[in-house]
Design a protein around this ligand. Structure first.
Ligand SMILES: [Zn+2]
Length: 251
C-alpha cells in the first residue's frame, strides 16, 4: 500500500491533549496501512469520548471510518457544538449517572451534593471501574486519558481543572445538567438517595444541641447517616449557588 498523509485539526479545547509542539492544533500523520480515524485521533493523545464530531472533506464520519488515502480531518469537542446544527454527533450529553476514578473525591462529593448519582470506590482498580461503567451504563469521569481511551468507554469526560469546584462546573456544562440539579437529595458518603425522617425516628442518634435546635431531618437508607441543616449548611448552600451561577454565565 502506498503511504499517505492525514492532516488533523483539533478545535476548541481539544488542543490540551496534544503534544506541546502542536501549538496550532494541527497534527500530520504519515501512514502506510489502512487505519480507523479513531485510532489516528487517539494516537495524537485525544481520547475518543472527548470527540463529538469528525469531518473529512466537510462530511461527518463515524469513529470506525477507515483512512487509506490523503485526508484533511477536522475534529470538534462537545463544547464546540452548535445547538442549531443537525450534524452527526458522536457523544450524548444526557448522561446523569457517573463512575469517578479514585483521584476525584472532591468532584464526587460536589456532584452528590447537587443530587447526581456518582459511583466512587477508593479501592476499585481500573478494571472494576470499567465493569461498573458498563454494567450500570454510567459515564466515566477521569483525568487518566489512557483509561478514557479504553475501547469499551462510550461516554466519559476528562476534567481539565485540578480544582474540585471547577471540575464540577465543567461536568455540569459537559453533560448539560444545570436543569437537573436537586441539592441535598443524595448521601455524600455512599450515594444513596436520602429519605425524609421525622424527629422521633432519629432523636436517639442526635447530639443534645441538634435535638434542641433542629426539627427537619433526612436519613440515608444505605449508611444510616443523618442530615440536617446545621452549621455546615450555609457553606454548602454557598458552594451550590457558586456552581449554579458559574454554569449560567457560560464562558
Ligand atoms: Zn449513605
Amino acid at each position: 500500500m502506498k503511504a499517505f498523509t492525514v492532516r488533523i485539526r483539533f478545535h476548541g479545547d481539544l488542543n490540551i491533549f496534544l503534544p506541546r509542539k502542536a501549538s496550532d492544533a494541527v497534527i500530520e500523520r504519515r501512514l502506510a496501512e489502512k487505519t480507523s480515524i479513531k485510532d489516528v485521533i487517539e494516537s495524537c493523545g485525544v481520547p475518543h469520548p472527548e470527540v463529538d464530531l469528525i469531518l473529512i472533506d466537510e462530511q461527518p464520519v463515524g469513529f470506525d471510518h477507515p483512512l487509506a488515502n490523503d485526508a484533511k480531518v477536522e475534529v470538534f469537542s462537545v463544547r464546540n457544538r452548535d445547538t442549531a446544527s443537525t450534524e452527526k454527533h458522536l457523544q450524548t450529553t444526557d448522561s446523569s449517572s457517573f463512575v469517578v476514578d479514585v483521584h476525584l473525591g472532591g468532584l464526587t462529593r460536589n456532584l452528590r451534593l447537587l443530587g447526581f448519582d456518582v459511583a466512587y470506590n477508593q479501592n476499585a482498580d481500573d478494571r472494576q471501574l470499567l465493569e461498573l461503567m458498563i454494567r450500570e451504563n454510567r459515564a466515566l469521569l477521569t483525568r487518566d486519558r489512557r483509561l478514557l481511551m479504553h475501547a469499551i468507554v462510550q461516554h466519559g469526560y476528562c476534567p481539565r481543572s485540578q480544582n474540585a469546584t471547577e471540575q464540577t462546573i465543567e461536568v455540569v456544562r459537559r453533560f448539560d445538567l444545570s436543569e437537573s440539579i436537586t441539592p441535598f437529595t443524595r448521601c455524600l458518603r455512599c450515594n444513596a438517595p436520602l429519605q425524609g425522617a421525622s424527629k422521633t425516628e432519629v432523636i436517639d442518634k442526635l447530639e443534645p444541641l441538634t435535638k434542641a435546635y433542629y426539627d427537619q431531618f433526612r436519613r440515608c437508607p444505605g449508611c444510616k447517616q443523618i442530615y440536617w441543616s446545621g452549621s455546615h449548611f450555609p457553606k454548602l448552600e454557598k458552594r451550590i449557588e457558586e456552581i449554579r451561577s458559574r454554569v449560567r454565565d457560560k464562558p
